[in-house]
Unconditional design. Structure first.
Length: 331
């Protein structure tokens, strides 16, 4: 039997791990805060990692992952998505001549200034096997000269999201849900103020599970969120999905929340000018507004998602883990 070594470091990585697939799991420590890891994992059955490195720098991660890979001597390395931990895992595997499997391959926003975009391209260039969330991602890879061992399996996060169902509404009054953490949005005081202005102009009740990065920036910038934005502590994945499912709309800068909102059929307002999940925009479930306060307020108050269903199965039906297991058994 082949041996697989899976690298994960962030919340979006963790929720995409297949709990039924035999693999060595290594957490880098990129999301090291207790609220971001331990609380988040409550209620989902992700296996306890075999290794926890407690590393946050790219160099530290690479060295730590390489040392564990040498001990385990795997046949394949699995990296997920586009974060720093995934780049570290891919570089470590490449240095040791271990074939790389990239989950969520081929996603492209078209914005090369984004570190995540550069990470995606770099990992796909190093990977041998590419598991894509959509047919468009397959086309993206083909256009970049990558055509061998490319498979459209659907979005892997849906496999575990399905296990969170059915959902229940714990808040009886209507609300909007907000997630805000991206460096380009929260690390600049003026950008953050612009976003807050748009949220305030909407006048709607908005619930914000606060990210540690945003909490630090609010303190550092001496800023307060608008009165209509209600801060709560970070949620477990299960609790977040329940909140997402019953929100009137979700306002986010997260790459992970956009496809989750699409799958839960919650209209999504994205605080970015482009997205690697373009299918959500094409099908009318997602509106890109950037950080312009007028556009943000208008989308919250006036934009109506006319869809009640998905016009296509852009990201599959939540069977990605099953397809991947079957494909890997054929290696």
């Amino acid at each position: 039997m082949k041996k697989y070594f899976c690298v994960a470091g962030t919340r979006p990585n963790i929720i995409k791990i297949d709990p039924t697939f035999p693999q060595v799991i290594c957490f880098t420590g990129q999301h090291h805060e207790k609220l971001m890891k331990d609380v988040f994992l409550k209620g989902i059955k992700i296996p306890k990692p075999d290794y926890e490195l407690d590393e946050t720098s790219l160099g530290g991660m690479i060295n730590g992952i390489m040392s564990k890979m040498i001990l385990e001597n795997p046949d394949y390395a699995i990296v997920i998505g586009d974060c720093r931990s995934s780049v570290a895992g891919a570089i470590a595997a490449q240095q040791l001549n271990i074939p790389i499997i990239h989950f969520e391959a081929g996603c492209r926003s078209g914005n090369f200034k984004m570190i995540e975009e550069r990470n995606r391209i770099l990992i796909d260039k190093m990977a041998m096997i590419h598991f894509c969330p959509s047919q468009q991602c397959v086309v993206n890879l083909f256009n970049e000269g990558i055509s061998q061992y490319v498979f459209n399996v659907g979005a892997i996060q849906f496999s575990n999201l399905k296990k969170m169902l059915p959902i229940r509404n714990t808040i009886k009054e209507s609300y909007y849900l907000l997630t805000l953490h991206r460096a380009e949005n929260v690390d600049c005081k003026e950008t953050l103020q612009s976003i807050f202005k748009g949220l305030k102009m909407s006048g709607e009740k908005i619930i914000l599970p606060i990210h540690p990065r945003l909490r630090d920036r609010l303190k550092g910038f001496d800023l307060k969120v608008p009165e209509n934005v209600h801060i709560i502590e970070p949620l477990s994945y299960k609790s977040f999905i329940h909140l997402l499912g019953f929100a009137k709309k979700v306002i986010t800068d997260s790459g992970g929340v956009q496809p989750e909102a699409y799958w839960m059929r919650t209209p999504c307002i994205t605080l970015r000018n482009e997205t690697e999940w373009q299918e959500t925009v094409n099908e009318g479930w997602n509106k890109l507004v950037g950080t312009d306060p007028v556009k943000i307020a208008d989308a919250i108050k006036n934009w109506t998602c006319l869809k009640t269903h998905h016009s296509s199965e852009a990201y599959g039906r939540g069977e990605a883990h099953k397809y991947i297991r079957n494909l890997l058994l054929q290696l």
